[in-house]
Structures are given as structure tokens and as C-alpha cells.
Design a protein around this ligand. Structure first.
Ligand SMILES: [Zn+2]
Ligand SMILES: [Zn+2]
Length: 68
């Protein structure tokens, strides 16, 4: 009996593993901490977007940095 030729070793998709770091609100950090922009820590996140780090809503400060 003749064996059927079967293509093996080829997958439907070539896959690539992708990873990234998600920055999220840290409730333990301290809401009262003041940023260099003059606004508190929690204002740098969007409460309507699952606390996404969208940046300060009062100014264009993109990343919280505590006042020295
Ligand atoms: Zn800020
Ligand atoms: Zn600000």
C-alpha cells in the first residue's frame, strides 16, 4: 500500500510572543502626593478608563513625578 505524502512541520500561522509593561494606578502609593506639575497623584489617571495612566487632567503633564 502506497503511503500518502503529508506535509508536516508547517503551521497555519507564524507566531510571535509580544509582551509589554502596563502602567497602572497604585492605590498604595498615596493620593496626596503632589507632582512637579502641582497636582495630586491620582489626577494623573483616568477613573473612567480603569485608571489608565493618561496623564494629568489639569495640565499636559504626562508622567507623575513627585515634587522635590
Ligand atoms: Zn504631573
Ligand atoms: Zn498637572
Amino acid at each position: 500500500m502506497k503511503k500518502k505524502l503529508k506535509v508536516i512541520g508547517e503551521r497555519l500561522y507564524l507566531t510571535k510572543r509580544v509582551s509589554w509593561t502596563e502602567r497602572k494606578y497604585n492605590p498604595n502609593y498615596g493620593d496626596d502626593r503632589i507632582c512637579k506639575c502641582g497636582h495630586p497623584y491620582y489626577r494623573h489617571f483616568d477613573t473612567y478608563e480603569n485608571m489608565a495612566p493618561v496623564g494629568c487632567k489639569y495640565c499636559s503633564c504626562g508622567k507623575f513625578k513627585e515634587q522635590a
